[in-house]
Write a protein that binds this ligand. Sequence first.
Ligand SMILES: Cc1cc2nc3c(=O)[nH]c(=O)nc-3n(C[C@H](O)[C@H](O)[C@H](O)COP(=O)(O)OP(=O)(O)OC[C@H]3O[C@@H](n4cnc5c(N)ncnc54)[C@H](O)[C@@H]3O)c2cc1C
Length: 462
Amino acid sequence: MTPLPPGLHSETRTLMGWGRTNPVTAQVVQPSSVEQLQELVRGASPRSLIARGLGRSYGDAAQLKDGTVIELPAFDRIELDAASATVTAGAGVSLDQILRLIVPAGFFLPVTPGTRNVTVGGAIAADVHGKNHHVDGSFGNHVQKLLLVDGGGTLRELTPSGRGNFNEAEYFWATVGGMGLTGVIVEATFSLIPITTSLISVDTTRHQDLESLMAAMVEADAKYRYSVAWVDSLDPKGRGVLTCGDHARLEQLSKAQQADPLHYDPKALASTPPFLPGGLLNKLTVRAFNEAWYRKAPKHREGELQAIAPFFHPLDGVKDWNRIYGPAGFLQYQFAVPNEAAHLVPRTLEALRQVGAPSFLTVLKRFGPSNPAPMSFPIPGWTLAADVPAAVPGLLEALDQLDEAISIAGGRLYLAKDSRQSSSMYKSSHHRNQEWNKTQEKLDPLQKFSSCMSRRACLLYY
Ligand SMILES: Cc1cc2nc3c(=O)[nH]c(=O)nc-3n(C[C@H](O)[C@H](O)[C@H](O)COP(=O)(O)OP(=O)(O)OC[C@H]3O[C@@H](n4cnc5c(N)ncnc54)[C@H](O)[C@@H]3O)c2cc1C
């Protein structure tokens, strides 16, 4: 048990990821200052610490069995600098809190994942991506500066180009996507997108098969900032709905909307029905939901104005939706593959159908160029994400086979969603893991940081 500095209290809690698999017990602490956090880290035993944000990663990345898990609600500063279009925020601040401040002031996040209930620390540690990766890259691309308490308890100011004392670029990029294993991020400054309205102009098209859907997505790369496709995972042809959008300009708004063009109310009900099948989740309910979801989408619609919440965070309107999978929980299988391995998209859908894993949430996105972070997930090409109940017989064996094909094709699984990949899969697919390990060891030579994920998939040498 890690000794706690005076005044820092702990609470024993059961922790798990969003998929609700693999619960563990840990001692949770919430330091109130950088100094207290530094003291905690300096006094900690090896392999005893990991940071946690809002626990929105699906697997076991933000937990450590019998360890000390650090939450940062006290690191809650948010400061908008409108002149430089940047925000500086404590690592415990959520993207939800930031949006409430910046949207009415005429700014938007450079990258937002499919939920706004993630912290700044979690967004950097997983280097999250959004619907605009093909244009804007991932979250780390927009971070101008971050403050990190490393494994020695030293507070480091890191920038992407690494100027100044203790300011090596390799430390910055090892922390981006480093899953909390280089230390605890306490604050970050990142750039924002200026907007003139809070609405998104959305074009929607329905596609009867996966081939036409994927062709339309490639075409959409050059035309739209945001694009995402929902795929009917139970349809052998892989029909789907492509939604593309851009921030709406003032002249696209009605007179009434122009009176308050930066209005932001994330609590307002989505104009679409809740993104969920009703009742118990099984193949029949998922089939019925998928049919209704596909039919509800227009064959072709242009210029529909949607608010930020329904466009970017449709699931946030539904409380505790991750509980519909029952006590066994669920997992999200998300991989990225290069364009040449696009065939792995239909192959994965087919494998999930064969094993009988019903997924109502199957999402396909395009990725643009990677950033310099060795552990960052996105590589140019395709990413498919499918939520499936964890208890489906034969699922894990089917996924192991897919893993191999993905790794051979130069692809990888997303650590923020992973709860099951083996260490051999991780090592064969994360080609820069040794380079990252060397930097990670410099930041944490006494091996203070560890997580259930780093142990399971052997992210660290020790
Ligand atoms: C509905 C839903 C939709 C999602 N959509 C997307 C998406 O579109 N794109 C995408 O990229 N991701 C997506 N995600 C995943 C999510 O964005 C990431 O898992 C994110 O890291 C969660 O942030 P968190 O604050 O909850 O962090 P946690 O889940 O608590 O932690 C995630 C990792 O960050 C580390 N960490 C947290 N805080 C710190 C800190 N202060 N210092 C150092 N390390 C830290 C943890 O140790 C852990 O390794 C989605 C998740 C959900 C539930």
